[in-house]
Design a protein around this ligand. Structure first.
Ligand SMILES: Cc1cc2nc3c(=O)[nH]c(=O)nc-3n(C[C@H](O)[C@H](O)[C@H](O)COP(=O)(O)OP(=O)(O)OC[C@H]3O[C@@H](n4cnc5c(N)ncnc54)[C@H](O)[C@@H]3O)c2cc1C
Length: 529
């Protein structure tokens, strides 16, 4: 006897999307089980006394004005989520002796790049064309992941050249087409958005993210927590539930098929469909019993962990707007070579941040009541492991001292570009890869799941289908990282459950819902509607 129609393990945006779509399209009662006290995974927020609120994993999202992405967000949020537009220059990459601002719009981006690098016009055009072409590989790749094995070579035949381009390394492509190291640095500078520097990342990942923001960027009004708040209501309207503080210990199998889950507290919940949003590593290496037939288990164990991060969450006593920013993200680099910067990220432990990212949530969110700044830098989880056994906030004085040092390093880096920032800081919280493990259970404190190498996009452990009947993956490891990527990973999980016709059904249902009710006026700027 089943308790619910489907169980979703984890309430990241991928899991919430899968649950919302199953509820909306089929009226399924879906139980979302989340180990943390708040829903949302990397879209959750946290607060401190005094009124400051910080996002943990959302700084900006590309436009959601059209296509399947818009339709998925219509079903996920019922279009109750409003998106505030970021300034026209939404990303500014900063180097020791020059800066470049990425302006919304492909034409604006081209003309600004050509103005800054006139001898590289051909390379700039080649880059824009490659970004367009390679990012277009995402759709056939997603469909390929849903087709039976024998059909995959047919998709590969039709996507041949685009597939080869997409599976090159970013640095290899940039090295071939761009001569000026300063332009290579500008184009490759935003790799913290996907966790791997040019020498390691797949061109596909670089292209998807570059294309995602090409027409500008947005921020969810009321902070990233608004996403889960909207989704929870959609899931509950269909009779489902988002249950926090509830850790899943194991996926229960009977006759080789997933039939439910066992909770850490012992209770079993049964459902004919189990969708894991906990990531590929957690699902295959922790939640499934060792006896489960997972043919690639050992290979997956050998995949290096992805990038983790150290973040400084700053609560300010006044606006940072006067410090030389209009609210755009700042990407701070000590030197041009992005691969060397990645290799130098360990210097953070010595009190220096050679590469970091600064974001200004309160300048983006028209509903923010308190000013905040977030500074992040890449970090390996390994040096933090010696404190892993300690409890949250009780890891010892040496850990507290290290966190203070890391916070100073991040603040120093930001202060060099934003003199006066330090004087505005009222409170600070420092997060490390151990914080990520604590709040999301991602092994190694990974920010983005399985690293976005060319190999990732050919690996059998990435994709919504699993070797276990009745068990599916949603979220970043079902398709691709990022808020929209992970949501699409949730949508493709539902297509793996219900069939490929689910994709056009999502669009039909979204159009029907948009047509059946008046548009909700935005207090501010353009929205998904
Ligand atoms: C610092 C940082 C900044 C980022 N900035 C951006 C950005 O600006 N724009 C953007 O688009 N993307 C950004 N991202 C990436 C984006 O946030 C993620 O790719 C996306 O949110 C991942 O969603 P997901 O559905 O895969 O699940 P996750 O958010 O990873 O959620 C997984 C959930 O599963 C839960 N879980 C795990 N195990 C269990 C279990 N056994 N039982 C119950 N629950 C379990 C976890 O607690 C968690 O809530 C950022 C990420 C980080 C870390």
């Amino acid at each position: 006897m089943n308790d619910v129609d489907a169980i979703v393990i984890g309430s990241g945006i991928g899991g919430l999307t899968a649950a919302a779509i199953l509820g909306r399209l089929r009226g399924w009662k879906v139980l979302v089980l989340e180990r943390h006290i708040r829903p949302g995974g990397f879209t959750h927020t946290f607060h401190r006394k005094g009124g400051w609120t910080w996002d943990v994993g959302v700084h900006y999202v590309g436009p959601l004005h059209e296509g399947l992405e818009r339709d998925v967000f219509t079903l996920l949020t019922d279009d109750h989520l409003r998106w505030a537009r970021m300034p026209e220059v939404y990303d500014r990459v900063v180097f020791p002796d020059f800066e470049f601002g990425f302006r919304a719009g492909a034409a604006a981006t081209r003309s600004d790049l050509v103005a800054a690098f006139p001898r590289e016009a051909a390379g700039i055009d080649a880059w824009l064309a490659a970004v367009d072409r390679s990012s277009g590989y995402l759709a056939p790749m997603a469909i390929r992941s849903l087709l039976p094995g024998f059909a995959a070579p047919i998709v590969d035949l039709f996507t041949g050249g685009t597939r080869r381009l997409s599976l090159r390394r970013t640095g290899d492509w940039l090295g071939q087409h761009i001569q000026d190291p300063r332009l290579r640095a500008v184009l490759g500078a935003r790799w913290l958005d996907y966790g791997l520097p040019p020498a390691q990342s797949a061109m596909l990942m670089h292209a998807i993210i570059s294309r995602h923001y090409l027409e500008g960027a947005y921020y969810p009004e009321g902070s990233s927590a608004s996403i889960a708040a909207c989704a929870k209501k959609v899931i509950e309207d269909a009779g489902g539930e988002v249950r926090t503080n509830t850790e899943v210990a194991e996926v229960v199998l009977e006759g080789g098929r997933a039939v439910g889950v066992r909770l850490a507290k012992g209770e079993q919940v049964r459902a004919p469909v189990v969708i894991s949003n906990a990531g590929a590593r957690n699902t295959y290496l922790r939640l499934l019993p060792e006896s489960a037939p997972v043919p690639f288990r050992e290979q997956l164990r050998g995949v290096a962990p992805g990038m983790g991060s150290v973040s400084a969450f700053l609560g300010l006593r006044g606006s940072p707007a006067g410090l030389g920013t209009a609210g755009e993200n700042l990407w701070l680099h000590d030197e041009l070579d992005q691969d060397r910067l990645a290799a130098r990220s360990g210097e953070l432990l010595d009190g220096r941040a050679p590469v970091s990212f600064v974001s200004f949530p309160s300048l983006k969110d028209p509903l923010a009541t308190h000013h905040t700044v977030e500074i992040a830098a890449p970090a390996d989880a390994a040096p933090f492991q010696k404190w892993a056994a300690g409890r949250w906030y009780r890891r010892g004085e040496d850990y507290t001292a290290l966190k203070a040092k890391l916070g100073e390093a991040l603040l120093d880096a930001a202060e060099r570009r934003l003199p006066g920032l330090r004087d505005l800081v009222e409170v600070r919280e420092i997060g490390t890869p151990l914080s990520t493990i604590h709040f999301t259970a991602h092994p190694g404190g990974e920010s983005y799941g399985i690293p976005a190498t060319p190999e990732r996009f050919q690996a059998p452990w990435v994709g919504p289908r699993t070797p276990i009947p009745g068990l599916y993956l949603a979220g970043a490891d079902a398709l691709v990282l990022g808020v929209v990527g992970a949501a699409m990973g949730g949508a493709f999980a539902t297509a793996a459950v219900l069939g490929l016709s689910t994709i056009p059904a999502i669009s039909r249902e979204a159009s029907r819902r948009r047509a059946s009710r008046p548009a909700i006026p935005s207090a501010t700027r353009p929205s998904t509607a």
